[in-house]
Design a protein around this ligand. Structure first.
Ligand SMILES: Cc1cc2nc3c(=O)[nH]c(=O)nc-3n(C[C@H](O)[C@H](O)[C@H](O)COP(=O)(O)O)c2cc1C
Length: 375
């Protein structure tokens, strides 16, 4: 019988499913609910010392639906970090740790570019017993106006310096949460690891404009007729998240083999989680999924992941972590491999394939596109 239990940076989790920072970890009450339903760990909504600088608007979400099924596939938010005071958070996090001493509670923290503030919030949270930190270097909206969040995380030097401040005083593991709104996420990954972070988490949301309402001609979400670009999450972002996790895993394998990755982005099922783990993730986080399906989804996700493991005879997560990384190569290598395979099979001319761009025909266009997806 396979097991989902795992130990990551010394933290013992009953399963790899972690509540990602956001509404599903926004107060002590819902964090308790997540533990009761069986989540492996919870990361609280991002907290800061000065919540009075945080003012949210309504509406602050906008959603993209599939044309036919109407399923929500994309979700934009312009929500800020927690607007609840640090003192309230201290009480609630303490109460959660008292009630669930064996469960893993991770504090997501964020401050301005100020060493004293970052070290103060780190020390005060670890004094109340949190098990680890996630540094929010990645919120794409609102906070960059105060040079916080993604404004820091886009710059590897700043990310390294701030992570260093936290690691100077932290006695528990520290993960840096990375923004996808960069060209090469490897640069941010290396900066976090040079500063001694035990792990990275990726991805946060992708900067987006969800759409324009064709009746009002106003972009969404519309607040008094106006909007601001927000962060995109949910199923639609999973392919981008998988690509970035693959790139991060390569850096871990080749340069920092003792560090870890928490994969995030559009995860809703055990099969989604399996794909992130196959590309090197140690844990997986879910945020928007909980907003769509509720806390109970974790039971199904565990069952689905166990079924995948049984099918492949994997006993532990380590048995398949990173297994699929070996199948990434360069495009020129794909060309060479295909030429070899065709020469071997001598079957290329029988296939309805496009070998050169002048073979595309206007009449068979959809069939030809389809054939190129099938291979
Ligand atoms: C409404 C909303 C609020 C969020 N707030 C935070 C936050 O406070 N801190 C943070 O690090 N990430 C925040 N996130 C980002 C998520 O933790 C996650 O990185 C992202 O949404 C992608 O994962 P998902 O598709 O599972 O939601 C938020 C996401 C949403 C949808």
């Amino acid at each position: 019988m396979p097991t989902l239990e795992t130990t990551v940076n010394g933290l013992k989790l009953p399963n790899p499913f972690v509540i990602g920072s956001g509404p599903p970890g926004t107060n002590g009450n819902v964090i308790g609910k997540a533990f009761d339903e069986g989540w492996g760990a919870v990361i609280c909504k991002t907290i800061s010392l000065e919540a009075d600088k945080v003012t949210n608007v309504q509406p602050r979400y906008a959603r993209l639906r599939a044309r036919d099924s109407k399923e929500i596939i994309g979700w934009e938010n312009i929500e800020l970090i927690s607007d609840r005071s640090f003192d309230v958070w201290v009480e609630e996090l303490k109460a959660v740790k008292d009630k669930y001493p064996d469960r893993i509670l991770i504090a997501s923290i964020m401050e301005e570019f100020n060493k004293d503030a970052w070290q103060e919030i780190t020390e005060r949270c670890q004094d109340l017993g949190v098990d680890a930190f996630e540094l929010n270097f990645s919120c794409p909206h609102g906070l960059p106006e105060r040079k916080m969040g993604a404004a820091m995380g886009e710059n590897p030097e700043i990310l390294e310096e701030v992570s260093g401040w936290v690691n100077e005083v932290s006695k528990v593991p520290v993960w840096a949460k990375l923004t996808p709104n960069v060209t090469h996420i490897e640069d941010q990954t290396r900066a976090a690891f040079r500063a001694e972070c035990e792990g990275v988490a990726a991805i946060n949301t992708i900067r987006s404009v969800l759409g324009v309402n064709l009746d009002t001609l106003r972009p969404e979400p519309s607040v008094e007729g106006y909007t601001t670009p927000g962060g995109y999450s949910s199923r639609a972002v999973m392919p981008i998240a998988l690509r970035m996790c693959m790139e991060i895993s390569k850096v871990i394998r080749e340069e920092f083999p003792d560090r870890t990755l928490s994969g995030i982005g559009g995860i809703e099922t055990g099969e989604d989680a399996a794909q992130f783990i196959l590309l090197g993730a140690d844990t997986v986080q879910v945020c928007t999924g909980v907003m769509k399906f509720g806390y109970r989804m974790v039971a199904d996700m565990c069952e689905q992941l166990l079924a995948f493991m049984e099918k492949h005879k994997f006993e532990t997560l380590d048995d398949f972590k990173g297994h699929s990384l070996q199948y990434f190569t360069t495009h020129s290598d794909l060309v060479a491999r295909q030429a070899q395979a065709r020469a071997d099979a001598k079957s290329a001319k029988d296939k309805k394939m496009i070998d050169a761009d002048d073979q595309w025909s206007g009449d068979d266009f959809v069939d030809q596109s389809d054939a190129l997806a099938r291979g």
